[in-house]
Design a protein around this ligand. Structure first.
Ligand code: ZN
Length: 479
């Protein structure tokens, strides 16, 4: 695994951004590894499942309030999520902090926001909130997660456009420069989706006119309750981004089973990462070079077993996918265009980051977070637990399997596209760390012993799943 990871996470692969040169090189490399393991190409002499994406090339959005034109990059910013958008409204709803604590109440539920333009603030009003209570800390990444959660809730409620008032537009832009300047990639273009725009306090005050953010903040902290105000305004957003077609590919290694070969066990990891920003290369050794090389290693082990007369009864698909960092796109494409029928797909074991240790386990690398294992099939959960008890003896940590966990990791990697289709999944994950999504996620920091132990656990789990008499049953439907 070390040799492969040193290759894939080297500067030469330019951070493996979907659709770019480095991703194509990585696809070639993975295919060559499948070939060397004696795994035949699955179709048309190719290991690739190709797909096309629309790249949205960011241009400046135009925003007017009472015909006054504001300045993109100074007064506001937007991510290039949609190709075209025009929204004009004469009224905006102000909803305080949006959601403070989704378990206590959810502001969007009590007001009618469908198809409306809504303004909220970042952060939360009280000195203690559920996030700080759970973790004891309030890190930047948790703040970002909290904002994401607000956006998700807003989207679910059918809001047309969401204006988020931020503390410091310039700082946000500096912190998110790479993402703001990169093209967003989409499987399908849709401009129906909620539009999000981040605005300065000054701009917010212009919208509010008769009251100011300061007054409103005071009102929220004195009443301790969310409230709604409707503001008459004349607000126009105009967006017209460029669109280009980009080709990408998933890389598939298929090993046919014996008497139960119609049934398929899928093992996935994403091999794409964030690419580069000028001279700064995001090598993504842990995310998800670690999962990618684990998939290659597992494919080799099962291919070797088959060669030695120990082929599995069910078939196995080792699939490294692209487009994960752009929104789980490669796996989304696969489940819409499965090479083997989804109804015959028994489960997906997804590996995304298994080579590092997080802050909660500093002195104990022998752990792994498991997410999803009991959500659709109690048998899957038990099989993995038994494999661990018998062979691996790792500490299995289910912290992030809790549906109340604010990080919502269950929804954030490729297994979710399988789970959405009723296919049981396990997500193997070491948790985030200081180098997560940074250029410092380098191969030198990888703990290969830990990676090997987890890969063995996945091997024994996949072995049992592919050889047992009964296909595992879907017997629950948890979130
Ligand atoms: Zn990842």
């Amino acid at each position: 695994m070390s040799t492969n990871l040193h290759v894939l996470a080297s500067d030469e692969y330019e951070g493996r951004e979907t659709g770019k040169k480095g991703q194509k090189m990585a696809a070639d490399y993975i295919a060559s590894q499948f070939k060397a393991a004696g795994i035949p190409a699955y179709k048309n002499n190719s290991y690739y499942q190709e797909f096309f994406l629309s790249a949205i090339i960011p241009k400046k959005a135009e925003v007017y309030i009472y015909k006054k034109k504001y300045k993109d990059g100074k007064d506001y910013y937007t991510y290039p999520d949609q190709s075209e958008q025009r929204i004009a409204t004469d009224s905006i709803q102000f909803l305080g902090y949006g959601i403070q604590d989704p378990e206590v109440y959810d502001d969007y539920k009590n007001v009618n926001v469908k198809n409306r333009v809504v303004m909220i603030m970042t952060g939360e009003p009280y000195s203690t909130d559920s996030i700080s209570l759970i973790t004891g800390t309030r890190t930047k990444s948790l703040w970002a997660t909290y904002t994401k959660l607000k956006i998700e809730k807003a989207r679910e409620s059918g809001i047309r456009a969401l204006l988020i008032v931020v503390d410091d537009v310039a700082k946000d832009i500096a912190d998110n420069k790479h993402r703001l300047e990169s093209s967003a990639l989409k499987l399908e273009l849709s401009n129906e989706d909620m539009f999000v725009i981040y605005i300065s306090k000054e701009m917010a005050n212009d919208v509010l006119k008769n009251s100011t953010l300061k007054d409103l903040k005071q009102k929220i902290s004195s009443t301790q309750k969310p409230f709604e105000i409707k503001v008459k305004t004349n607000f126009v957003i105009n967006v017209k981004n460029g669109v280009e077609k980009v080709g990408s590919e998933n890389v598939l290694g298929y090993i046919e089973g014996t008497d139960l070969k119609e049934e398929l066990i899928v093992v996935t990891a994403h091999y794409d990462h964030l690419g580069k920003d000028g001279n700064v290369i995001f090598n993504g050794a842990d995310d998800d070079g670690s999962g990618t090389v684990a998939v290659i290693e597992l494919a080799k082990a099962f291919a070797k077993a088959k060669k030695e007369g120990l082929g599995t009864r069910r078939s196995l698909l080792f699939m490294t996918v692209a487009g994960e960092e752009k929104g789980l796109l490669g796996s989304a494409y696969y489940v819409k265009n499965p090479v083997y029928p989804l109804k015959n797909t028994v489960c997906d074991l997804n590996i995304d980051m298994i080579g590092r240790v997080d802050a909660n386990h500093e002195n104990n690398p022998n752990y792994i977070y498991l997410i999803g294992s009991d959500k659709l099939s109690s048998t899957l959960h038990t099989i993995n637990e038994n494999a661990n008890k018998t062979y691996s003896h790792l500490e299995l940590d289910y912290t992030y399997n809790d549906e109340k966990d604010k990080n919502r990791f269950y929804y954030r990697s490729d297994h979710y596209n399988f789970a959405k289709n009723g296919i049981p999944v396990i997500f193997y994950f070491n948790g985030v760390h200081a180098d997560y999504h940074k250029e410092t996620d380098e191969v030198e920091k990888i703990n290969f012993d830990k990676m090997e132990k987890i890969t063995r656990l996945i091997f024994f789990t996949a072995w049992e799943l592919s050889n047992r008499n009964e296909r595992i049953k879907v017997d629950s439907n948890k979130k």
